[in-house]
Design a protein around this ligand. Sequence first.
Ligand code: M6R
Length: 600
Amino acid sequence: MCGITGYVGGEDSGEIVHEGLKNLEYRGYDSAGVALGGETIQVHKREGEVSELEFPETSGHTVGIGHTRWSTHGEPTQENAHPHTDCRDEIAVVHNGIIENYEELKEELQAAHFFESETDTEVVPHLLEDELDDDVSLRAAVHRVVQRLEGSFALAVTAAGHDGIVVAREDSPLVIGYGENEHFVASDVTAFAEHTREVSFLENGDIALITNDSVTIHNDGSVVERPVETVEWDATAAEKGGYEHYMLKEIHEQPQALRQTLSGRIDDLSGDVTLDIDLPEPYLQSLEEIQIVACGTSYHAGLYVRDLLEQYADIRVSVELASEYDFRGGRDPWRTLVVAITQSGETADTLSALREANRSGARTLALTNTVGSTVTRDADATLYIRAGPEIGVAATKTFVSQVATATLFTVYLARVRGAMSVSQASEILESLNALPGAVQQVLDNNDHIEAVANEYADSRSFFYIGRASGYSVALESALKLKEISYDHAEGFAAGELKHGPLALVDEDTPVIALLTDHAASSETVNSVKEVKSRGAPVIGVSSDIETTSLVDEQFDVADIGPMEPVVANVALQLFAYHVANEKGRSIDKPRNLAKSVTVE
Ligand code: M6R
């Protein structure tokens, strides 16, 4: 939930750590701080965004750690901002995750130590202070301290008079970057990608001492090696590229993201899909059930493909909110595949559901955007969605790439199971191939969508209705609007309106109706009539010209078969963006939210 970064080398650490924090700000942005290390420790921190953090431009320090926070324990204040220090201000610690037993540790330490914050993290520098009094190395002290911590953490520590930085990982990501006579560490490669792409990902239990010329990793008392990999990274992909917001840029990147997702995976002639998944075909043929676990937007992507999977791959499918997941009895783990959909690969609820599935004996597949993320290590197999980096907190291009990847998986599985004919496969693959072009047409219609959004921007409550895959798009589109505009927005199965929510509809409640053919538009038309007769203005998203007489405004989408509701979603991403922009909201960093939710 928070972002950590660190640097050791020949350059001024202040500037590099500050830059790294700016790149990580999507992970949390309610307070930030840095500690510059070496012979002395200098801490600069404050509430507010990273850009508001001030410290001397050239610090003269060549060791630094930094943190951008999304508060869990204690409000976003200067005192609660990281780094946290010991009583003598000689040890500085930044932390991502939660230390569950901090209250008892704090109670034990309070007699001899002075605490300044309400955070769980602050116990760590005080515990380290006691250990370093025994004259051990910083690495040994961190080793002793982490034995006492319960919960999840990524820690980075620097101490006056001690070489470099020591980091420790337990269930929160940490990646080390290798430069020439310099090393980086961060929660995510984004922090230092402009400096190096040679990285190694730490595993649970790893404690690493990072100096300018070496990285030594210990696990369980022994030295271990972690492979150094080259990550593919287009640094410009993580910049705004002339757009006002990352979200708008990422919405516009969708045709390209979809091309990347599909590239090299479809054989048009045979109707086959090639996916590099490490799951044996006989196992896939014997499957009886798929459980999809995910949160938020990724959960909606799961809902989107459920019907396709059931219809074509001849398999029972459930889609479960990861935070509610329970591998209930009565299921045969040997014939159950659990698919975790997670853009970041670090969402704590999703990881926890995946681990429960692993414990129950089911096989697991991760669908993720993030190479080397925790989910790729915990799952039996991984399928990358290849959307490229997404910085805006609101997921946009990753949603469409998740749906496209999961649809490819549907065809792959259905073909392996002999459940799908070539012509059925071709219908879906043609629809997938048509997606980038159809999305581009929606983007070209931006001005119209913006004008409609501006017209309705003063409304305080929006309803979204749809059926079948259009229902998942209604849920996703409502989530997008509420998270960035702070207006009430709710998605409904169109048929459910009359069973209660209709009572809330009046002339001030715009209703956005998914009227694409494949979202069972003819039945949704009845719901549109119901809300119209209560005076509600209706915005239809449709490929069917016939609906124009029914609705007040219409966003056209191309008729491309089963993927049509995805295209409708893009129109509604733009609608949400423009409503929020008209209100002057903090679109890339909506209040109270963070991109990567690493706490349960
Ligand atoms: O990284 P994940 O896909 O696991 O994230 C899950 C949700 O937190 C995420 O999809 C969230 O709902 C979106 N950022 C909202 O736009």
